[in-house]
Every structure is written in structure tokens, then in C-alpha cells.
Design a binder for this molecule. Structure first.
Ligand SMILES: *Cc1c(COP(=O)(O)O)cnc(C)c1O
Length: 483
């Protein structure tokens, strides 16, 4: 007697329904990208509105895909901030390009878990191939080996874990850090403009936030190397052990590039790990003229940059390059019996980080590189930088405005300077930001530089044209004269 449940409540949805839903999803995606500019770029959703529009309890009975997709179109899609909108000029742009979206979709269909070569040969080898393609495209030398992670935050965490693993005599894998009075404070250095993910990595690695030294920056928001030298010397004199310096190539606020050759000299002299966080600007190295700004990064021990930031690849896709891949492997490799495989001479991606299971992210990056070609990628990045520079020129020429940081790439930090105290100027810029963002046509973000509120416009979106940047500038000037 069988105790198995009887049909129809087993198996996937019928193939015909799946096919129809995928066709509908393709139309939804294509319509969305074609018309995304008609939405207000910044969500106008009231907090709680999305949940209120949907049942609080899950459905007991299966619902047709058609009904689910209709709710997606009605409730989900409109209640978002539209990162694909041509007026999205906040933070750093991301664009899910056509080739990237196709790759992401097919990766979901395959749903392989690329932990071992044998569990997904093509995913493993495509990852090796595309990370090497990218290495060539950005002009890094051969010893660098690439590895795909979800985010720069995780890539930097892994890089600093390897730096900690390498400390002679520490034996961190076996002994950890706690309860070891003989271990000195292990210090890490970055500029005061470094990304918060470096702080989080230091915290999560048990190094202690107080052991992260924030080095001051120069007029152009680049790490001051004399201060780095002095901080390392002071730590050594106090019996602490410097283990790593993180240079930022393209800081999050101003996209400034730390003086990489001088920092590489310090790292070599001190025998400490050099990690370069190039999450955004590293992508620009596909263009030789921007690669020149990153000169010295090829001397790093590890480098991260995110194709999901400025290389038209859907979130998530972050590339970690390490000079000594065996060191990365020795920091993380651990093979339990149930994951032992007979193949030799193959890469098992689980050996290169903390996660076992991994998504097939190489597929979308492979499709992006092929779908645009190196020249196509370069032209798009060049256009974004040209638009950023042109915007900066408009601002610089306009009485009552100033550009407050150099513009090495496509990001401009600027502010209105109405007569009045610094505090009243901050308030005026806050009002301008709110007015522009309320327009629904442009979304800008802000930062703080030298204690003052600064507006920030970045061009990194595939759909942004000169007209969109002109419109942003018109809205900003309008908001300034109204404030
Ligand atoms: C955006 C950014 C990060 C964080 O990137 P995630 O992939 O979101 O973790 C890290 N560093 C810099 C310099 C960044 O601009």
C-alpha cells in the first residue's frame, strides 16, 4: 500500500504555465526598462503601504502565476526607488543591463550550487575565465587571481582575514585571538574617507574597532602618507603589530584615489598587507586613461571592485583579486569527508572564502562582457565621466555654487553657497536636496566633507544621457533660487 500523497499537489507548476509566466516576465522586464523613466525615481511610498496592500497571512491554496505577476506589477514595481531610472544620480549608479539580466535569469533557472568543480563544472570554469578576462581588461598582472563574491564588504572582509591569517606565529586558524595575552594588538590602517565596510570587517574579524586607525586626508581627500608612517611607527613603539593597510581607490564620498605608489612603498617596507578598495572606480580601469589614475594598485596583495556598481551587471557581483591565491586557499580551505571529490587539478570554489554554496554569478558577467564588448564598456564609462565633468563645469561657472572636490571620474560633490553662516548654508543645501528629490525626476544624495553638508551627483546609469544631466542641473538651480 502506498502512503505517498496523490497528485496534483506534487511537483513544480505545469511546464506550460511556467513557460507562459516566463514570457510574461520577459515582457514585464522589457516594459519596465523601456518606461522606467516615467516613474518617480525616488519611491513615494508611505512606510507600511506595501504590507498593507497584501494579505498578512500566506495563501493556503496555490495561486495562478498570472495573478501573482499582476500583483507584482500593481504593488511591487511601483513601490520602489528606481535604480534603473535615468535620473538616478545618487550613491553610485547600478544598472541591470539587458545581457546581465538575461544571465541572471538563466542562472536562476540552472540553480547550480558552484561549491565544487564537480557540482558545476561550467560555473567554476566560467568564473575562472571571466575573472581572468576582467583582470586583462583592467590591466592587472598575471599573478592576480579573481574570485567572485556578493559584495565589496565581503571581499574586503576576506582580504583582511587573509592578512590576519598570514601574521607569522599567530596561528589564527587554530588558536583564535581570545585568551592569548602574548598576542599584541593587531592594527589596520585606512583613511578617514574609507568605506564603513572596512570598519565592519575589522569588527567581525575580532581585531577590535579601536585597532583601526583612520588616517587623515589631504586637500583632495587622499590618505596623507606621512600620517600613515607616523601612525605605524607609534603603534610599533607601543608594542602593537600593524598587519594591513587599506587604500581606497575611489572613495565613496568624492571618488578620490589614495596615493597608491607611496602606500605600496610603506606596505612593502613594513611587511604589511595592502588591500585596495576600488569598489566603484576599479571598473573605470577598463579605460587606459582612468587606469593611469589607479597606478600602483598592481602592487597590492588584494584588490576589490564591483561590476555590480559600474559595469552594468545586476547586483550582486563583486570581484576580489589576490596576488597569492594559495594564501587565500590556506586561510579558508577545509574539506569535510562529504565534500571530498576525486578530481585533481580542478578549482573547488568553496576553498576560497567562507561560503560553501554559491550562486552562478559568472554567467551574467560573461554575458555583459560579451554583450557590450570591451570597447562598448569603455565608451559607456567614458561617456559617464564626460557627463560628470561637464556637470562640474556648469556648477563651477555658476555664481552661488561651488564644486568642493576634484572630479576624477563621474561623481561630483558640490554645494550652493548662499550668503549666511555655515549652518544656514547646510540647511539651504538640505532644502535643495529635498526639493530636487521631491520632483521625482532626479535622485541625488549627499555627504559630509570637512564638516559641511555637500550634494553629490554621480553618473553611472546606462540610460542617463546629457539631457538628463541638464535637467538635473535645471532642477538644482530652480530649487536653489526658491530656497
Ligand atoms: C560601495 C562601496 C563599498 C561597498 O560595496 P558593497 O558591494 O555594497 O559591499 C565598499 N567600498 C567602497 C569604496 C564603496 O564605494
Amino acid at each position: 500500500m502506498s502512503t505517498l500523497p496523490s497528485a496534483p499537489h506534487v511537483g513544480d507548476i505545469p511546464p506550460a504555465e511556467f513557460r507562459a509566466a516566463m514570457h510574461r516576465a520577459a515582457d514585464l522586464a522589457a516594459d519596465y526598462l523601456e518606461h522606467v523613466g516615467e516613474y518617480p525615481v525616488l519611491a513615494r511610498t508611505e512606510p507600511g503601504a506595501v504590507r498593507a496592500a497584501l494579505p498578512a497571512a500566506p495563501p493556503e491554496r496555490a495561486e495562478p502565476m498570472e495573478a501573482i505577476l499582476a500583483d507584482y506589477k500593481r504593488i511591487v514595481e511601483p513601490n520602489l526607488t528606481h535604480w534603473n531610472h535615468p535620473g538616478f544620480m545618487a550613491y553610485f549608479g547600478i544598472t541591470g543591463s539587458g545581457p546581465g539580466i538575461v544571465g541572471e535569469t538563466l542562472a536562476a533557472a540552472l540553480n547550480v550550487n558552484a561549491m565544487l568543480w564537480r557540482t558545476s563544472p561550467a560555473a567554476t570554469e566560467l568564473e575562472e575565465l571571466v575573472t581572468d578576462w576582467m583582470r586583462q581588461l583592467v590591466g592587472l598582472p598575471e599573478p592576480f587571481r579573481g574570485h567572485i563574491n556578493d559584495t565589496a564588504s565581503v571581499s574586503s572582509f576576506i582580504a583582511l582575514a587573509v592578512a590576519r591569517h598570514r601574521v607569522p606565529g599567530l596561528n589564527i586558524r587554530a588558536k583564535g585571538l581570545a585568551g592569548r595575552p602574548e598576542v599584541p594588538g593587531l592594527t589596520v590602517y585606512c583613511s578617514d574617507q574609507a568605506h564603513s565596510s572596512i570598519d565592519k570587517a575589522v569588527i567581525a574579524l575580532g581585531l577590535g574597532h579601536e585597532n583601526l586607525r583612520k588616517i587623515p586626508v589631504d586637500d583632495a581627500f587622499r590618505m596623507d602618507v606621512a600620517s600613515l608612517d607616523a601612525a605605524i611607527a607609534a603603534d610599533r613603539a607601543a608594542g602593537r603589530l600593524p598587519i594591513a593597510v587599506v587604500a581606497t581607490a575611489g572613495t565613496t564620498s568624492t571618488t578620490s584615489v589614495d596615493p597608491l605608489p607611496a602606500i605600496a612603498d610603506v606596505a612593502r617596507r613594513e611587511g604589511i598587507w595592502l588591500h585596495v578598495d576600488a569598489a566603484y572606480a576599479g571598473n573605470a580601469a577598463v579605460c587606459p586613461e582612468y587606469r593611469a589614475l589607479l597606478q600602483g594598485w598592481e602592487r597590492a596583495d588584494s584588490i576589490v571592485f564591483n561590476p555590480h556598481k559600474w559595469l552594468f551587471t545586476p547586483v550582486d557581483c563583486s570581484l576580489l583579486y589576490v596576488r597569492d591565491v594559495e594564501l587565500l586557499r590556506s586561510a579558508f580551505s577545509l574539506v569535510p569527508e562529504y565534500l571530498r571529490t576525486p578530481e585533481t587539478g580542478v578549482t573547488n570554489l568553496m576553498d576560497y572564502g567562507i561560503q560553501l554554496g554559491r550562486r552562478f554569478r559568472a554567467l551574467k558577467l560573461w554575458m555583459v562582457i560579451r554583450g557590450f564588448g570591451a570597447e562598448g564598456i569603455r565608451e559607456r564609462i567614458r561617456l559617464h565621466c564626460a557627463l560628470g565633468r561637464e556637470f562640474a563645469e556648469w556648477v563651477a561657472r555658476e555664481p552661488g555654487f561651488e564644486v568642493v572636490a576634484p572630479v576624477p571620474f563621474s561623481t561630483v560633490c558640490f554645494r550652493a553657497t548662499p550668503r549666511g553662516s555655515p549652518e544656514s548654508q547646510d540647511a539651504a543645501n538640505e532644502r535643495i536636496l529635498a526639493r530636487v528629490n521631491d520632483s521625482g525626476r532626479v535622485f541625488l544624495s549627499h555627504t559630509q566633507l570637512r564638516g559641511r553638508l555637500v550634494l553629490r551627483l554621480t553618473v553611472g546609469n546606462l540610460r542617463t544621457t546629457r539631457e538628463h544631466v541638464e535637467r538635473a542641473w535645471a532642477l538644482i538651480r530652480e530649487a536653489a533660487s526658491a530656497s
